[in-house]
Design a protein around this ligand. Structure first.
Ligand code: AMP
Ligand code: GLY
Length: 419
């Protein structure tokens, strides 16, 4: 099969590598890709939101299957658009993508089907916000309704802060949001549970825990993710049963009832409190960097999983996992998630000798005049598998030391809960 993979992050490099290892893959094109995907695929530099241009290229390259990594093209309806032109795509339709693209949509499903989640109110104006504030305890979580590149959520400790952030949202801080959701603050441990779904079935696709804050001890502003490990140690069999029964089944039923089931990933963001799961968020894609710790543990041919899913036959394919654990640490440009410089040279890591348990997944990288340079905030995902998280992390530190990139930084406490 000829494959087009859309995206350019660490998630896409991990997926691209696995697709490259598949017996079913012939030519792989990554749009736009990064310096890592260029080692196993052909990068094509296109605007991933220009669907017509994408379609022209997909047709001329004789692509058999498109896989969409990031959320924005999904929420904007890339799957519906390509399907209309008879192109096969692994990814959710625009309606199902609202699980991620609209917090109000997701919360409304929770209310209708009694899915455990934080108490909430959907607010369209300041007087809605003030009403909710009268009867709520602090802190309160304020969420812009639409996509906001990870910046649309604020945990507010004062009513003043709630009003300030709400006002910013109503005034158009995030173009995609005219409304917002106010939520009760849930205390507990966060974990992510992944599925691959088709129009009739769903299958477990790994679990992970990530570290969103930029600084050690989970301090500082939120980022896209500074590191992750898999499996999530907090998810046991009993908890998994609850997640499936109380959260996943009613959600997939809600989509079926609207005649909008989909094929793709489902990322279930959870808060675990006293052994009970609460839904924090849905994403309709793999997580980044969670994907980078789940994919190295996957035994089954990934293209087989995608093709069975597209035939609604996920029930016919066992998805197998290695018994190994996996961790990734994200090497970031100094200054991230604030301002940072690009085009900083990274030394020759392409030729770095790694043992068979170690991987470097590229994120914000590109090649300029034969040099590897940084091209984003999150630059490299230094990843390793093994039996014990402590030695896995040691192994990752060794690799980072070899890279010795003076313009970068990383968190040294990734996995602190399990080490
Ligand atoms: P979201 O985009 O909804 O996942 O929110 C981003 C992050 O904010 C989550 O990963 C949590 O760390 C935190 N968060 C969101 N909602 C809540 C909540 N109701 N209670 C506590 N923390 C939350
Ligand atoms: N690591 C969080 C996310 O992918 O949304």
């Amino acid at each position: 099969m000829n494959i087009a993979l859309i995206g350019s992050g660490g998630r896409e490099h991990a997926l691209c590598q696995k697709i490259y290892e598949s017996k079913l893959s012939k030519k792989i094109f990554c749009i736009p890709g990064n310096a890592g995907t260029a080692q196993v695929a052909t990068n094509i530099n296109l605007d991933i939101l220009n669907f017509k241009e994408l379609l022209r290229n997909i047709k001329s390259l004789k692509i058999d299957l498109v896989i969409v990594g990031p959320e924005e093209p999904l929420v904007r309806g890339i799957v519906d658009f390509l399907n209309k032109h008879k192109i096969k795509v692994f990814g959710p339709n625009a309606y199902a993508s609202k699980l991620e693209g609209s917090k109000a949509f997701m919360k409304s499903i929770c209310k209708k089907y009694q899915i455990p989640t934080a108490q909430f109110k959907i607010c369209k104006n300041n007087s809605d916000v003030k009403k909710f504030l009268k009867n709520s305890n602090l802190p309160i979580v304020v969420k812009a309704d639409g996509l906001a590149a990870g910046k649309g959520v604020a945990i507010c400790k004062t009513k003043k802060a709630v009003l300030r952030f709400s006002n910013e949202i109503f005034r158009g801080k995030f173009k995609s949001s005219k409304k917002l959701v106010l939520e009760e603050f849930l205390e507990g441990e966060e974990a992510s549970y992944f599925l691959v779904v088709d129009k009739k079935n769903f299958k477990f696709f790994g679990s992970a825990q990530d570290h969103k804050r930029v600084k050690e001890k989970d301090q500082g502003p939120n980022t896209g993710g500074m590191g992750a490990y898999s499996p999530a140690q907090i998810i046991n069999k009993k908890l998994e049963k609850k997640i499936i029964k109380k959260i996943i089944k009613p959600t997939l039923f809600a989509l079926k009832k609207k005649k909008k089931p989909y094929t793709g990933f489902l990322y279930v963001g959870l808060m675990i409190k006293n052994n009970e799961p609460f839904l924090i968020e849905y994403n309709v894609r793999m997580g980044d960097p969670e994907c980078q710790v789940i994919i190295p543990r996957l035994k089954t041919d990934i293209l087989k999983v995608f093709t069975f899913a597209l035939q609604n036959k996920l029930n016919k394919i066992p998805i197998k996992w290695k018994k190994l654990k996996c961790m990734t640490i994200v090497l970031c440009s100094k200054g991230y998630p604030g301002k940072y410089k690009k085009d900083k040279k990274i030394g020759n890591i392409i030729n770095l000798k790694l043992n068979k348990n170690s991987f470097i997944f590229h994120a914000g990288t590109k090649i300029i005049k034969n040099n590897l340079v940084s091209n984003g905030g999150r630059v490299l995902n230094i990843t390793s598998t093994g039996k014990v998280f402590r030695s896995i992390r040691k192994n990752i530190f060794k690799t980072i030391k070899k890279i010795n990139w003076k313009d970068g930084f990383f968190r040294k406490d990734i996995g602190w809960r399990v080490i």
